[in-house]
Write a protein of this length. Structure first.
Length: 436
């Protein structure tokens, strides 16, 4: 009797929690959240009946907690690929990641057509150094199938203490058979900003958007101005940048823009709608700026690219970006768990949706693999390749016009960067020509 009473309490608690989750009045406000209809109540009753049948009749006894956790995961899995339910341990991992230091192998992953797929390896990390590429499909982790795995479950398996090993089995386009990569985990300390100076052309590489990215960028720009005799231009490299914190993307954009809209977010609930504006602090660079992007440029990196492009502050060079233009809100739950839920979409200053469309470069330059690189560089996937992705505006109406591809000259190392530097070097020459 006590056993069924306990199960009844657990079920009741679940239904109350689900009801609260659908409303979320304390988090989003209750002005625009529609009430639960009769159909929802009927479906909840059906869920209760199925749960009861499983508990009573399944061949083996199963804890109600296991069934309910499975139901929650299944519910979230029916949404877009960026929404997820996080256990207490998974939520802690997410919090650690945003601080920029964790034990792992250094890859950004997503789910594409129900397969765990690498968006991009993080440069100078163990995965990057052993040769993991963008577009690699991970079919096994430590010999266990990765079929049906969620992103958060994969993260938990891939991360671990420094100097421990993990084996991933990948399938790659052009590869005859699956390949095992034995990777030794390390403390991943992502240095999000690096810089160099090439003949009075400043080069800034932003690899991710973390807690101190905007501060690190400001220092890098100061150092570049000190090192360059007469700064002629800036290259902002955000290729294979998977994104990160929204506030850092706004601050980085604001470092280049004196006034105007940086980005706006729109969703069903008023509390998630925002317009972020630039503020003039007098330190914005006045030299020409070129931003390098590719299919691994996503989320916060696309916000910066779109902000500078629409405000006329930079030319975008490279290939079409990933197209991850959705906002995830992390909602803490009881006992340390959390729900990461897609609640809004990003829009550029001119009102263009980034979702599933990405940023179209002003100058399309495909990357040319160096002749001594026999390994495939990997094929980038995009947001609109992901199953159940939220459709973009043009995708809902008509197919977006593909940018024309212009084959650049063969270069030995990094033809996209070389193109940007050459363009900035010639800027002054073109300004001196007679325009009359």
């Amino acid at each position: 009797m006590k056993k069924y009473f306990r199960k009844g309490l657990i079920l009741s608690a679940f239904l109350v929690a689900l009801f609260a989750l659908l409303f979320l009045p304390g988090y989003f406000g209750n002005s625009q959240v529609s009430a639960i209809g009769q159909d929802t109540y009927k479906n909840l009753k059906r869920f209760s009946e199925v749960l009861n049948m499983i508990e009573k009749n399944y061949v083996e006894e199963i804890e109600p907690k296991t069934l309910i956790q499975g139901a929650i995961k299944g519910m979230i899995k029916s949404l877009d690929p960026h929404s997820s339910f996080m256990t207490a341990d998974m939520y802690k991992e997410l919090q650690v990641e945003t601080r920029g230091s964790f034990g792992g192998i250094g890859i950004v992953i997503t789910i594409q057509k129900d397969v765990l797929t690498v968006v991009s390896p993080i440069e100078d990390t163990p995965a990057f150094l052993v040769g993991v590429k963008a577009g690699d499909k991970i079919i096994k982790i430590n010999g266990e199938s990765a079929k049906g795995i969620t992103i958060m479950e994969a993260v938990k398996k891939l991360r671990g203490p420094k100097d421990t090993k993990v084996t991933i089995t990948v399938v790659r386009e052009g590869m005859a058979e699956p390949k095992d990569f034995v990777i030794t985990r390390a403390i991943i300390k992502i240095k999000s900003v690096k810089y160099k100076v090439y003949d009075d052309i400043g080069y800034v590489r932003i690899s991710a958007f973390q807690g101190k990215t905007a501060d690190d960028l400001k220092k890098a720009l100061q150092d570049i101005n000190k090192e360059a005799d007469s700064l002629k231009g800036l290259v902002l490299d955000m290729r294979n940048n998977p994104g990160g914190l929204l506030d850092q993307a706004v601050k980085v954009s604001d470092a280049f823009i004196k006034s105007g809209v940086i980005v706006s977010t729109k969703g069903r609930v008023e509390s998630v709608e925002n317009t972020y504006m630039a503020k003039d602090d007098g330190s914005e660079p006045t030299v020409p700026i070129i931003i390098l992007v590719n299919g691994g440029t996503a989320s916060a990196a696309e916000i910066v690219s779109g902000a500078l492009q629409d405000n006329g502050k930079a030319i975008i060079l490279g290939t079409q970006t990933f197209g991850k233009g959705s906002v995830q809100t992390v909602i803490p739950l009881e006992r340390g768990a959390a729900l990461k839920l897609t609640t809004a979409l990003y829009y550029t200053p001119k009102g263009k949706s980034i979702q599933a469309e990405g940023i179209i470069p002003d100058i399309v330059v495909e990357y040319i693999k160096p002749s001594n690189d026999k390994e495939s560089t990997g094929k980038h996937i995009r947001e609109n390749n992901l199953k159940r992705h939220i459709k973009g505006v043009r995708e809902k109406t008509k197919k977006a016009k593909e940018p024309s591809k212009k084959e650049p000259d063969y270069l030995k190392k990094d033809n996209q960067l070389k193109s940007a530097i050459d363009l900035l070097k010639s800027w002054d020459i073109f300004k001196k020509t007679n325009q009359g």
